[in-house]
Design a protein around this ligand. Structure first.
Ligand SMILES: NC(=O)c1ccc[n+]([C@@H]2O[C@H](COP(=O)([O-])OP(=O)(O)OC[C@H]3O[C@@H](n4cnc5c(N)ncnc54)[C@H](O)[C@@H]3O)[C@@H](O)[C@H]2O)c1
Length: 359
């Protein structure tokens, strides 16, 4: 059996999940960790004493036995860490959102192509049983033509210093939208508030429309007393609910709809709901096995860099709207922004915001 050797950068909140799943996957070996925080290195070493644990990234990069690197560090560090890994001929898996801006992601896309290496975006929900089942149900036509998507992704913390709540939590919803509908965003209108640190929005409401006319609303918050991870999708014939916070029966399909006839009489259909069977394998495990298969067979991942770029484009549209007091912004404005000399390539978020306001 061919075993791939994986290194991980970042052992904060999310890194331990990646380490556990890599370690538990029989065809992978968790071989090395880099983290700048010594206490996190020590924590990891206690569970996996066999690994190389270091604060010096070069020790991993220069190790010829390591095939691929997982990046689970703050977003602003992703580009540099991924670039160094690709330059050392490693395959790379970058946690969502892949980079701080589309400019950086496109640079990595070119480099991965030049080096013929797999570059995968970590969008875990796309490998989850419920999301895969919802896509099947929509494609089978069970709910007719999709009309709307409504998501609620709220909890108390964890507040990030380098991104706002949209880049942290709504990144998941943008990935699910892209996977389910494969349709570009036409426009977005976003409001948010910086109640905690005056730097990043910790509460936001996003409205947008896709080119296929699906109307979407996302509510994200780091300051909610309760945790909620729910999605409602409505169609011309039925509706779907997805509650990720419950253990079983996460997805329900409702044979419910309201319509109006030629006499302007409303008709309500309510024929109950059914609960589809869902694969409840751990999404992270499916995702990591997919990355491994893509490396072994030189195939593009489902969530490849193009997929990651679509999510980034949605997130950057929200930045433009936020910087313009919640104005409705069209996809064309993102394209114009990319074409300007400055574009999205500044590293400093404050510079980008100044530029966005001038649009
Ligand atoms: N797929 C998911 O469902 C999911 C869930 C949570 C977080 N994430 C993503 O994972 C990434 C990490 O998030 P987190 O919440 O774990 O962050 P975190 O701040 O809790 O942990 C980051 C870790 O990286 C280390 N680090 C920072 N800069 C480094 C560098 N240059 N070199 C080596 N180590 C460095 C820090 O010491 C820390 O241990 C983010 O991109 C986040 O969006 C994904």
């Amino acid at each position: 059996m061919f075993i791939l050797s994986f290194g991980l950068v970042g052992y904060g909140y999310w890194g331990p999940n990646l380490a556990r799943v890599i370690h538990n996957t029989s065809t992978c070996s968790f071989s090395a960790l880099c983290d700048l925080d010594k206490s996190n290195l020590d924590k990891c070493k206690q569970i996996y004493p066999h690994i190389l644990a270091t604060a010096d990234y070069n020790e991993i990069l220069n190790n010829p036995d390591i095939d691929a690197i997982f990046i689970a560090t703050p977003v602003h560090t992703h580009y540099s860490l991924a670039k160094q890994a690709l330059l050392k001929n490693k395959h790379v898996f970058i946690e969502k959102p892949i980079t701080s801006n589309t400019f950086e992601a496109k640079q990595l896309q070119l480099l991965a192509k030049e080096k013929n290496k797999i570059l995968m975006a970590g969008h875990t929900f796309i490998y989850s049983g419920p999301v895969i089942k919802i896509k099947e149900i929509i494609q089978e036509g069970t709910i007719g033509d999709p009309l709307y998507f409504h998501s609620n992704r709220v909890n108390l913390g964890k507040c990030h210093a380098d991104v706002n709540v949209i880049w942290d939590l709504a990144a998941h919803d943008f990935s699910i939208l892209e996977y389910l509908f494969e349709s570009e965003i036409s426009w977005a209108q976003v409001t948010g508030k910086k109640f905690v640190d005056n730097k990043n929005e910790c509460l936001a409401y996003i409205n947008l429309e896709l080119e296929n006319k699906v109307y979407a609303h996302m509510h994200v918050s780091w300051i909610s007393p309760i945790k909620s991870r729910s999605i409602v999708i409505g169609g011309t014939k039925g509706m779907i609910t997805y509650d990720d916070h419950i253990l079983t029966d996460k997805v329900r399909v409702y044979d419910k709809q309201v319509s109006v006839d030629h006499l302007e009489q409303f008709t309500y259909k309510d024929k109950g709901c059914f609960i589809p069977n869902i694969d409840l394998s751990e999404p992270l495990s499916t995702e990591i096995k997919h990355f491994q298969q893509c490396i072994l067979h030189n195939r593009q991942p489902i969530t490849d860099i193009r997929f990651g770029l679509k999510v980034l484009k949605g997130l950057e549209l929200t930045d433009i709207s936020l910087a313009n007091q919640g104005r409705k912004v069209f996809a064309m404005e993102h394209t114009l922004m990319e074409k300007t000399a400055v574009g999205f390539k500044q590293k400093k978020k404050s510079d980008v915001k100044k530029k966005l306001k001038t649009i």
